[in-house]
Ligand binder design. Structure first.
Ligand code: COA
Length: 328
């Protein structure tokens, strides 16, 4: 089987910044409460005209530039999102047209906050087996359009943005060493976006009154504890599978759900937070997009150097969780 690796990354964050102080003006909350409970200080908000595929387009263009490639060289686009422009066509189809990736086939993968790792794994299989050669894996979310802005426990957590990676066959001494995916549908109710599917369509006055079109985190506290456990398990699984230890890892790039979840993970893995890439203070939780955005930042700011072992891990709605170990 061919070895597959990431040869370029890119990301895009909308310009508009919404700080905790801004939220204080409309919600019974405070910067102090939000930052100590979650680590979030501000988040980005897409402007009214921006859709998930618009954010993805810029992230992909930056990833292509980093990879020194053109859109027409891409033959596969896999987009992770729970906030596509439309459910039909798929978000990836809109992106394909905007990028003018005329030789690509495109489709979406839905795995909430673990979406990028699922999408990466799907694209990797096609390249490993020789069916496609050059893939764009992109995660993009406009989470702020799913929120009930009066629900102070939920709306403070989320933001918008996109991250992308170009992947292709690489030399056998680098690339994606392994990817581990998990899901537990029985836990689906804890992180729920009920609206837009056959359960709540057609939209009615009743469904809007019940706010079924907004993100529901009834089990926020419960998911907090499960998230720590799943982050740790998926990291340990990748280490065990590749016969390496946590000391061999240069940086862990986790889904940015809550700073305290990441601290809980680091404690259980017995590593310093210096080894955990954190940017949640700037962007909040952008669901599937947090991992590739952090990966792009780490690649560009020099945190990751050639030959380093990079461990991606995520947990989210579904429930879904997973990890990927990459030799950069
Ligand atoms: N501002 C001020 N107070 C708030 C608030 C806000 N934005 N949101 C909730 N509160 C209040 C609650 O009403 C409650 O008040 P009460 O005790 O009078 O009933 C109190 O704060 C709850 O405080 P606490 O129990 O200390 O909060 P917490 O430590 O459970 O943190 C969350 C709450 C939402 C930050 C936390 O549960 C969380 O991060 N959940 C998300 C988990 C997650 O990210 N999962 C993975 C997703 S991929």
């Amino acid at each position: 089987m061919r070895r597959v690796g990431i040869i370029g990354t890119g990301s895009y964050l909308p310009e508009k910044v919404l700080s905790n102080f801004d939220l204080e003006k409309t919600l019974d909350t405070s910067d102090e409460w939000i930052s100590t409970r979650t680590g979030v200080r501000e988040r980005r908000v897409a402007n009214d005209a921006e859709t998930a595929s618009d954010l993805a387009k810029v992230a992909c263009e930056r990833a292509l530039e980093a990879a020194d490639m053109y859109p027409e060289e891409i033959d596969l686009i896999v987009m992770a999102t729970i906030t596509p422009d439309t459910h039909c066509p798929a978000g990836a189809n809109w992106l394909e047209a905007k990028l003018e990736a005329v030789n690509a086939v495109s489709f979406d993968v839905t795995a909430a906050c673990t979406g990028f790792i699922f999408a990466l794994s799907v694209a990797e299989q096609y390249i490993k087996t020789g069916i496609y050669q050059n893939a764009l894996v992109v995660a993009t979310e406009v989470m702020t359009r799913t929120l009930d802005w009066t629900d102070r426990e939920t709306c403070i957590l989320w933001g918008d943005g996109a991250g992308a990676a170009v992947i292709k066959e690489v030399d056998a001494d680098r690339g994606i060493l392994s990817t581990h995916l998990h899901s537990d549908g029985a836990g689906g109710d804890t992180l729920l976006l009920p609206g837009g599917g056959s359960k709540t369509t057609p939209i009615s006055h009743e469904s809007v009154d019940k706010k079924l079109h907004t993100l529901n985190m009834i089990g926020a506290n419960q998911s907090f504890r499960v998230a720590v456990r799943r982050f740790v398990e998926s990291c340990e699984e990748a280490l065990y599978y590749n016969d390496v230890t946590i000391d061999d890892i240069k940086v862990i790039i986790p889904h940015q759900a809550n700073l305290r979840i990441l601290q809980g993970m680091a404690k259980q893995l017995n590593v310093s937070m210096d080894k955990v890439y954190v940017n949640i203070e700037k962007y909040g939780n952008i669901s599937s997009a947090t991992v590739p955005i952090a990966l792009d930042e780490a690649a560009r700011d020099g945190t990751i150097q050639e030959g380093d072992l990079v461990l991606l891990t995520a947990f989210g709605g579904g429930l879904t969780w997973g990890s990927s170990l990459i030799k950069w």
